[in-house]
Design a protein around this ligand. Structure first.
Ligand SMILES: O=C(O)/C=C/C(=O)CC(=O)CC(=O)O
Ligand SMILES: [Ca+2]
Ligand SMILES: [Mg+2]
Length: 400
């Protein structure tokens, strides 16, 4: 049988979904349990979950499974929980060790949107890029600000990232030059996967938004700060961010995260009615970033000013339709403390302060060969629900 260590990210309370393959190379749906993967595709084929049509298991992504709706997917979850709890030995034939499998992108992402929802992050970047006296834009406390990202370059944990090239214009020069970015950065974010669609022309009420969240992942929104700084006015991020976005392979079901809901920061001035939420909508999710073996940030998703429900309500308020498999980035997750900053741009104060790594070297931004790893977990009353990790190593820029 499988082992679930007390400190495992993948406890019986979690049961996240992913896409894996082993020797046969067929992509199958798996559920992480302890150090193992439960092969859901084969279990469905054998009729263990009779409400799940086998065709949904064969597409190499979670999209068709998610489309079945939460009444079915939550049924799978509760049935598997009771089979595990009863130590049913019929489970054994569906268990594979995690170390023996390859993980793939869990969903086919149609559209990817990235928000900008941490007050601390928006303030820090506003000070560095614009006006230290008026760091937050006048719209920021009224609108969950976001931009449309690029889905083609979303990659899974373990994928190498080639240093991007582009136009760079240092303030001391009058015109730009072309070259590899000299300011490659990570952004500590979470992402959520849309699990239910709204029709174009209709909007999702904020109080129903939860039904549209299938689950969450860790997300690193790689950013080339020099390219970004020159290109972003007035339409926002483009080539400075669309070269790669990394996500973790296991999608944590929203249901597994409900025990960790907490109240978010007070929103003042009051938000418009379509954004008003009641109750606990933030999640106490502890987050950590490492560059190679050095911890450079300890943050928490609960610091976010705007929550996922408000992001969904805002995204659809104009009649924009969300589709199953769409990915929403939280925005960089920074806290008040110096140790809780979600990007090197903030940690190095715009490249002015050197960050010491354990090997005696220093960074302002990322160097070729560096590996950035994000991890995260929720823990309360002896229950642990972890996210695993998302990491990526920087490769040198391509020679032209
Ligand atoms: O303030 C800016 O001009 C830019 C900010 C970012 O780079 C952040 C962005 O991608 C959104 C976020 O992650 O919060
Ligand atoms: Ca971002
Ligand atoms: Mg990106």
């Amino acid at each position: 049988m499988f082992k679930i260590e007390a400190n495992s990210d993948f406890s019986i309370h979690n049961l996240p979904y992913g896409i894996f393959s082993d020797k046969t190379e067929d992509k199958r749906i798996g559920i992480a349990i302890g150090d193992s993967v439960f092969d859901l595709t084969t279990a469905v084929k054998d009729g263990i979950f009779d409400q799940v049509p086998y065709e949904c298991m064969l597409t190499g992504t979670l999209n068709e499974f998610i489309k079945l709706g939460k009444s079915i997917t939550n049924g799978v979850r509760t049935k598997l929980q009771s089979l595990i709890a009863s130590e049913d030995s019929s489970l054994n034939k569906y268990i594979v060790k995690q170390e023996a499998v390859t993980m793939h992108l869990p969903v086919q992402v149609g559209d990817y949107t990235d928000f900008y929802s941490s007050e601390e992050h928006a303030t820090n970047v506003g000070k560095l890029y614009r006006d230290p006296e008026n760091a937050l834009m006048p719209n920021w406390k009224h609108i969950p600000v976001g931009y449309h990202g690029r889905s083609s370059s979303i990659v899974v944990d373990g994928t190498n990232i080639v240093r991007p090239q582009g136009q760079i214009k240092p303030s001391k020069l009058d015109s730009p030059f072309f070259g590899p970015t000299e300011a490659l950065d990570f952004e500590l974010e979470t992402g959520f996967i849309i699990g239910k669609e709204n029709k174009q022309g209709s909007s999702i009420p904020v109080e129903e938004a939860e039904e549209y969240i299938f689950g969450m992942v860790l997300l690193n929104d790689w950013s080339a700060r020099d390219i970004q700084k020159w290109e972003y006015v007035p339409l926002g991020p483009f080539l400075g961010k669309n070269f790669a976005t990394s996500i973790s392979p296991w999608v944590i079901p929203y249901e597994a995260l409900k025990p960790f809901l907490v109240k978010g920061p007070e929103q003042n001035p009051p938000v418009l009615d379509y954004l008003k939420v009641v109750g606990n909508k933030n999640i106490d999710l502890k987050l950590q970033v490492k560059i190679n073996n050095t911890i450079v940030s300890n943050s928490n998703f609960k610091y976010m000013y705007w929550n996922m429900n408000q992001q969904i309500a805002h995204h659809s308020v104009n009649g924009c339709n969300l589709r199953i498999g769409d990915l929403m980035g939280s925005g960089t997750i920074s806290g008040k403390d110096e140790s809780a900053l979600g990007s090197l741009l903030e940690i190095s104060r715009g490249g002015k302060k050197k960050v010491a790594l354990n090997d005696g070297s220093y960074r302002t931004f990322l160097e070729d060969g560096d590996t950035v790893t994000l991890t995260g977990y929720c823990e309360k009353d002896g229950k642990r629900v972890g996210f695993g990790k998302v990491s990526g190593q920087i490769l040198p820029a391509k020679k032209n």
